[in-house]
Design a protein around this ligand. Structure first.
Ligand code: PFF
Length: 449
C-alpha cells in the first residue's frame, strides 16, 4: 500500500499531501465522541423537534431518515475516508486535486466561518438561559435579547470555543467532548424518563410521530428534510474531512459513521420526547424556532415540580451540544489557516476567534435594542436563511462531486471496505449531488418568493 498522504488524482498521478507529525485521536471512541459532539447540536435539540411537529409529524420522518441513511451517510464515509487518506486541510485537499480548486476550499472555510459567527450567538443564548435558570432569575426571551446581555454571553462562548481549539486535538477537542458528550446523553435520557411520567406524554408522541401523508407531496418539505439531515450530521462542510485527518487506519469508517448517525438521530428524537410532552401537559402552543426553546418551554418549567432543575438541565444540554459543534467548525478553519500560513495553533485560534467576535457582533446586535437589520430583516435571520440554509447544500455538492470524481477509484477503494464502496461511489457521484441541486433550487425559490 502506498505511503499515507499521497493521493492519486485522475490524469495527474500522485500528489503529495500528508501533513507529517499530525496529531491522532487517542482511540476510536475518542474520535466517535468528537464527531458526535460536532453532529449533535442546536440542530438536533431545538430545530429538529419543532420542524418535525410543523411538517406533518411522522410523515416528515420519512424524507428525513431517507436523507440521513441513504445520502448523508455515504457522503460522511467519503469525507472521512478522503480526510484520512489525503491528510490535508480543506484548502490543500482541494488544491491537491487541482490548483484552481483551492477556491472551493476557501469557500467552505468562509461558509463555516460565517455559520460559526452566528451559531455562537445562539450558543450564548443557551448559556444565558442555563445561567438564569440556575440562579432562579426571571427573564423572558424578549427582554433578554433586547438588552445587551447577549453580547456578553456571545463573547464568553467564543472565548471558550477558541481556547479549546487552541489546546489541540487531544488536549482540547478530545478532552472536552469525551466529558460533555456522555454527560449530555445522560442528562437527556433522565429528562426523557421524567417527561414520560407527564400527562401530556401520549399527546407529545402523537404530535411527533403521527404521520400526515398529505404533506409528502410538498417539495419544500423534502428540501427542508434534506437540508436538516446534512446540517444535523455536520456532513458536507469539511468537518469530517478534517476530523478524518486525525483518524488511525485501525478504525472502520463505515461502522463509525453508523454509530455517529444513530447517536445523532436518537438525540433528535429524544429531544422531541422531552419537548412535546412538556408543551402538551401545560396546554401550550408548539411554536417554531426560538419561540419554542426560549419562550414556550420556560413557561412549562415554571409550572412543573422540579421545574428549575429541569430548566437548568435542558439549557445546559443545549449549551454543551452547541459548544461541541462550534468547536468543530472552528477546528476546520484553524487547521486550514495553520497550514496555509505556518502560524502556530495558538495564534491561529486567537486570530480566528477575534475574527469571529468582530463578525458575530452584527448578528448578535440584530436582536438587541440596536436592532441591526439588512434588507429589511434581522442580520441573524438573514445569515441563517442564506449561509445556514443555502450554504450547506452548495458546499456538500462541491465535496461530493470533486472527491468522488477526481480521485482514482482504486485509491478510494483502499479506504472504503468492499461492500460499501459501490454504494458510496454511486451515491456521492450521482444521487447526492442531484438531490442537493434540487434542494438548493427549492431553497433559492423559497428565499426569493
Ligand atoms: N450539526 C450541528 C447541529 O446539528 O447543530 C451544526 C453543524 C456543525 C453544522 C458543524 C455544520 C458543521 F460543519
Amino acid at each position: 500500500m502506498k505511503e499515507e498522504g499521497l493521493i492519486t488524482v485522475k490524469g495527474r498521478g500522485n500528489r503529495r499531501g500528508g501533513v507529517t507529525g499530525l496529531e491522532k485521536w487517542s482511540s476510536k471512541w475518542a474520535f466517535i465522541l468528537a464527531a458526535v459532539g460536532s453532529a449533535v447540536g442546536i440542530g438536533n435539540i431545538w430545530r429538529f423537534p419543532s420542524v418535525v411537529g410543523q411538517n406533518g409529524g411522522g410523515a416528515y420522518l420519512l424524507p428525513f431518515l431517507l436523507a440521513v441513511f441513504a445520502f448523508a451517510i455515504p457522503l460522511m464515509i467519503l469525507e472521512l475516508s478522503v480526510g484520512r487518506r489525503i491528510k490535508l486541510d480543506v484548502v490543500s485537499a482541494f488544491g491537491s486535486i487541482k490548483c484552481k480548486f483551492r477556491a472551493f476550499g476557501w469557500l467552505i472555510c468562509l461558509v463555516l466561518f460565517l455559520l460559526l459567527s452566528y451559531y455562537l450567538v445562539i450558543t450564548g443564548w443557551t448559556l444565558a438561559f442555563a445561567f438564569f435558570s440556575l440562579i432562579g432569575a426571571e427573564m423572558t426571551f424578549s427582554s433578554f435579547v433586547s438588552s445587551y446581555q447577549p453580547v456578553v454571553f456571545f463573547v464568553i462562548c467564543a472565548l471558550i470555543t477558541g481556547s479549546v481549539v487552541s489546546l489541540g486535538v487531544k488536549k482540547g477537542i478530545e478532552r472536552i467532548t469525551s466529558i460533555l458528550v456522555p454527560f449530555s446523553m445522560i442528562i437527556l435520557v433522565v429528562m426523557v424518563v421524567y417527561c414520560a411520567t407527564l400527562s401530556g406524554f401520549a399527546d407529545g408522541l402523537d404530535y411527533l410521530f403521527t404521520p400526515d401523508p398529505s404533506v409528502l407531496g410538498d417539495p419544500g418539505l423534502w428540501s427542508a428534510a434534506f437540508g436538516q439531515a446534512f446540517f444535523s450530521l455536520s456532513v458536507g462542510m469539511g468537518v469530517m474531512l478534517t476530523y478524518g485527518m486525525y483518524l488511525g487506519r485501525e478504525v472502520s469508517v463505515p461502522r463509525s459513521c453508523l454509530a455517529i448517525t444513530l447517536a445523532d438521530v436518537s438525540v433528535a428524537l429524544m429531544a422531541g420526547l422531552v419537548i412535546f410532552p412538556l408543551v402538551f401537559t401545560f396546554g401550550l402552543q408548539p411554536a417554531m424556532g426560538a419561540e419554542l426553546a426560549f419562550t414556550v418551554l420556560p413557561q412549562a418549567f415554571d409550572l412543573i415540580p422540579l421545574g428549575q432543575a429541569l430548566a437548568v438541565a435542558f439549557f445546559l444540554l443545549l449549551f454543551f451540544a452547541a459548544l461541541t459543534s462550534a468547536i468543530s467548525m472552528l477546528e476546520v478553519n484553524v487547521t486550514t489557516i495553520m497550514k496555509e500560513t505556518s502560524m502556530t495553533r495558538e495564534r491561529t485560534s486567537l486570530f480566528l476567534t477575534a475574527g469571529t467576535l468582530v463578525v458575530g457582533i452584527f448578528p448578535c446586535l440584530s436582536y438587541t435594542g440596536a436592532g441591526l437589520q439588512l434588507f429589511g430583516g434581522r442580520i441573524l435571520d438573514l445569515m441563517d436563511n442564506t449561509v445556514g440554509t443555502l450554504g450547506l447544500p452548495i458546499t456538500a455538492i462541491i465535496i461530493s462531486l470533486v472527491f468522488s470524481w477526481c480521485i482514482e477509484k482504486r485509491e478510494l477503494a483502499a479506504e472504503i471496505p468492499g461492500r460499501w464502496f459501490p454504494v458510496v461511489l454511486f451515491t456521492t457521484r450521482y444521487l447526492a449531488p442531484g438531490i442537493l441541486v434540487m434542494v438548493t433550487v427549492i431553497s433559492i425559490l423559497q428565499f426569493l418568493l
